[in-house]
Design a protein around this ligand. Structure first.
Ligand code: TXA
Ligand code: MG
Length: 348
């Protein structure tokens, strides 16, 4: 299949919406990452998403809407005060909510679950495509399964050229990490995946918010993932990523020692540093995620940086752990998953 890459404008947006209405799959920009969108109510179209991504059939998709009046047809519950408050505060935006699903939502979208994930993106191009297509759009991140999520149209092209008819280029994604997934079906709201809307922001609106166990450590053998996506290896560069914890100076020393050891074994090694630490690594191969004083921009750089690791042929990669407050929790979750949660404590 020929994949066309078009800059977002009135013509290309209409083309994308028409293709989606006709049962095709199109990559579209959102404020978090690029999505691979199809009509959520068309089971054949939804199956094409799984095929293009190589996504396991038991990992459910997020349904994207552009207006509040599209919500009621998709869910089978009345809206609680908590749901209304959180939607009022963060929609449109990088927050996905899990509700009990209505009969209209096919099990192909929810991977057999009785619940559905719904998000209203805060991106003009995405909203226009949803509105013009006239249907809710099911869209996972537009990467090949297992690869880092795409934050530019070029990333999508690298992964899906030949698999889909159209990619709409809306520039760089602002948030750069996927949405926060918040389960609203239990007694208390529970974060299944941290993202652009932080724990602190949710607590401010909702009071107590639970954090799923799988966010900062690997699932134990045989343990069931509440969010099916959390059980898969994700975001992983081809090389082996190791995280190093401990006070800055000790962690930096440890990374230098491990790096030198890897290089002496003939392996290509790269250090993911910050603006504050990068000069401490001398002439070793290194890249900065950005300044620790701007964790938002470090988060927005992460997936790009992980993709760069593959481009330079990195075999052994090191990164320091980051503070988990605010967006740092999402950053640590993605770094942890990319590393298979392999962490060395430099202080020990
Ligand atoms: O920012 C985002 O969320 C992007 C953009 C395109 O909107 N989408 C995205 O989709 O990241 P995806 O498919 O890569 O991740 C969706 C996550 C997965 O971890 C999946 O398991 C979880 O949401 N999920 C979807 N439906 C669910 C459900 N009913 N219950 C629990 N988790 C669900
Ligand atoms: Mg994904």
């Amino acid at each position: 299949m020929l994949t066309t890459l078009l800059k977002a404008n009135a013509n290309s947006i209409l083309k994308a919406a028409t293709l989606i209405r006709d049962g095709e799959v199109v990559a579209i920009p959102t404020e978090t990452v690029y999505g691979l969108g199809a009509n959520a109510l068309d089971t054949n179209a939804v199956k094409k998403i799984f095929a293009a991504k190589g996504r396991p059939g038991d990992n459910p998709l997020i349904v994207h809407i552009a207006h509040m009046d599209e919500l009621s047809a998709l869910i089978a519950c009345s809206l609680t005060d908590a749901m209304l408050a959180v939607m009022d505060a963060f929609w449109p935006g990088p927050l996905t909510l899990i509700f009990k699903k209505s009969d209209r939502v096919p099990f192909e979208v929810t991977a057999g679950l009785e619940t559905v994930a719904i998000r209203m993106p805060d991106h003009e191009v995405a909203k226009e495509i949803i509105s013009l297509s006239g249907c809710p759009i099911a869209a996972p991140s537009a990467n090949k399964s297992g690869r880092p999520s795409p934050t530019s149209a070029a990333h999508v092209y690298d992964d899906l050229n030949g698999e889909i008819p159209l990619i709409i280029d809306g520039g760089q994604c602002q948030v750069g990490l996927e949405s926060t997934v918040l389960d609203m079906t239990g007694d208390l709201p529970r974060i299944l995946r941290p993202g652009g809307v932080t724990l602190e922001m949710l607590e401010f609106v909702l009071g107590e918010v639970l954090l799923d166990d799988s966010i900062l450590c690997a699932l134990k053998e045989g343990e069931q993932a509440r969010s099916p996506g959390m059980k898969y290896k994700h975001y992983a560069p081809i090389g082996e990523l190791t995280l190093v914890s401990g006070e800055d100076s000790i962690a930096i020393k440890k990374i230098c020692t491990l790096y030198d050891k890897a290089v002496s074994r003939g392996l290509t090694s790269v250090i993911i540093a910050s603006d504050e630490t990068i000069s401490c690594f001398g002439d070793r191969m290194k890249v900065s995620l950005g300044s620790k004083s701007e964790p938002q921009s470090m988060a927005a750089q992460l997936f790009n940086t992980l993709r760069d690791m593959d481009d330079v042929g990195a075999q052994i990669i090191f990164a320091q752990v980051v503070d988990t407050k605010g967006i740092g929790l999402a950053l640590m979750n993605r770094l942890g998953k990319a590393a298979g949660f392999k962490t060395i404590n430099a202080g020990e």
